[in-house]
Ligand binder design. Structure first.
Ligand code: PFF
Length: 475
């Protein structure tokens, strides 16, 4: 523990790495489809409010914990409270959540790589439009789609985990930061190119109206909860990823501006993803409310009809893979940093051990496949995609349900309560104000963490256990 602690090479490097963690499948794949399901418009507005009022305060709290304690989640809670304190449980929960999420996140990232491969090989172009959906799931054992092909899933899961391990093993500066510096600007450029292309399609105006117009038709109380839950997932909050990344910062770095920058970048990419997807979806007569299949079924169908569609499809799935990769490295880093800080392991040993453990833990997810991710209703989702297994949760779904609906919000609540009520007021105030021009927002931040966030999260939990029962969701 007394070893020299790793540090980011620059503040910009940290911002890119943290934005890399935040921007992932949650932005490019999930956000557009839940926006589609909830009818766009007001849902987007509510999501933006959740990001600003709940996500941002917790992100500042996480980076504050990491930077102050200069330790990975478990050690950070110990440093800032007492050795045997129950708060350590929040750190533990974070490490376990990292294992759980990465084990299935990698499988979905694998789907994305499979689609890069399909478009590069020209398969997406050759298949008749009415059979594109069958590439994902055919429901037919004789001509299996990706969903029915355990070995294909396993292969991509393995490859994706190998890439993630390869980056994390390089360390904070030479692995995580270096790759974030390459992948994040690439991601942004690809997104811009796709956006320009989408702006030229006839459906762009309709998409603009759908995403930003005052639509309330499909909005329900459950939509609000969905927006809230997603703000956690998308900003990588509630499991100590930002604590871990924050622990490689120096004390002088301005916490608030950094957190605002990361949140704004994340939100921007999510909105851009909508403006890339929906114009294409509308132009080619697809449904915006297609659910989880929006990216893997509807979009390829739309691309297949578009001029140079295969080029854009390839570019899009490369983008999705990059986004998933920079998020996956943060998930692995949480687990790895625990073994380095708490057990004194060398990075190489910690990365191989955690990486292989997660690889193995992901096998059931790769084999069971899955369609419902990040909190949507499994039966509705499977039915929408016409997939098997609509009657219950499979392994993959169960993990996702536990992680998104319980572990992340619970961790987030713990982090908010810890910083608001347990950490010494002076340390907290100094930590917040250090070097920032937003010092005057300090009391607003504390107020949000003390009252609004815990109340908001409690509503989520009460809803999840059925004590409060809002009407059926819009999806
Ligand atoms: N924020 C990532 C996404 O939107 O895809 C997912 C994620 C990464 C969640 C890292 C949590 C985490 F710690």
């Amino acid at each position: 523990m007394s070893k020299e602690r790793a540090q980011w090479g620059s503040k910009f490097g940290f911002i890119l790495a943290a934005a890399g963690s935040a921007v992932g499948l949650g932005n490019i794949w999930k956000f557009p489809y839940i926006t589609g399901e909830n009818g766009g418009g007001w849902f987007v507005l509510i999501y933006l409010i959740c990001i600003a009022a709940v996500g941002l305060p917790i992100m500042i709290a996480e980076i504050f914990i990491g930077r102050t304690a200069r330790n990975s989640p478990v050690g950070a809670f110990r440093t800032l409270s007492t050795p045997g304190s129950p708060w350590l449980g929040v750190g533990w929960l974070g490490v376990v959540t990292a294992f759980v999420i990465l084990s299935y996140y990698s499988v979905v990232a694998g789907w994305s790589m499979h689609y890069v491969w399909l478009s590069l090989r020209g398969v997406l172009a050759q298949v008749p439009v009415d059979q594109v959906a069958g590439l994902f799931s055919s429901g037919d054992a004789a001509h299996p789609g990706l969903y029915e092909s355990p070995w294909t899933n396993l292969f991509w899961h393995l490859l994706f985990m190998a890439m993630t391990i390869g980056i994390v093993i390089g360390g904070v500066q030479h692995g995580v930061e270096r790759w974030s510096r390459i992948l994040m600007p690439a991601l942004f450029l690809i997104m811009l190119a796709l956006l320009v292309q989408a702006a030229l399609t006839p459906g762009f105006g309709q998409a603009l109206d759908f995403v930003f117009g005052p639509h309330t038709e499909k909005l329900t109380p459950a939509s609000v909860l969905e927006a809230l839950g997603h703000s956690f997932f998308t900003l990588s909050l509630g499991m100590g990823a930002m604590i871990t990344y924050g622990s490689y910062l120096t004390q002088e770095d301005d916490l608030v501006t950094t957190a605002i920058t990361v949140s704004v970048l994340d939100t921007l990419i999510a909105l851009m993803a909508c403006m890339v997807l929906f114009p294409v979806i509308f132009s080619y007569g697809m449904e915006p409310a297609a659910g989880p299949g929006l990216v893997f079924v509807s979009l390829p169908i739309a691309f297949a009809q578009m001029p140079a569609g295969m080029l854009w499809a390839t570019v899009f799935f490369v983008l999705l893979t990059f986004a998933a990769l920079t998020s996956a490295i943060s998930l692995l880093e949480v687990a790895v940093s625990y073994f380095i800080d708490e057990r004194g392991w060398a990075r190489r040993r910690a990365t191989w051990t955690c990486g292989i453990a997660i690889l193995l833990a992901g096998i059931p997810s790769a084999l069971s496949g899955g369609t419902r991710l990040f909190g949507a209703d499994v039966q509705a989702a499977t039915a929408r995609l016409g997939l098997r297994g609509g009657a219950g949760l499979n392994w993959f779904d169960t993990l996702d349900y536990l992680a998104s609906n319980w572990m992340l919000p619970l961790g987030g609540l713990g982090i908010a309560l810890f910083v608001a009520w347990r950490v010494g007021g002076r340390a907290r105030e100094e930590g917040f104000r250090a070097g920032t021009r937003y010092a005057r927002l300090y009391w607003g931040w504390v107020w949000l963490l003390r009252y609004l966030v815990p109340i908001g999260m409690s509503v989520v939990f009460l809803h999840a256990i059925g004590v409060i029962n809002f009407a059926a969701s819009g999806g």
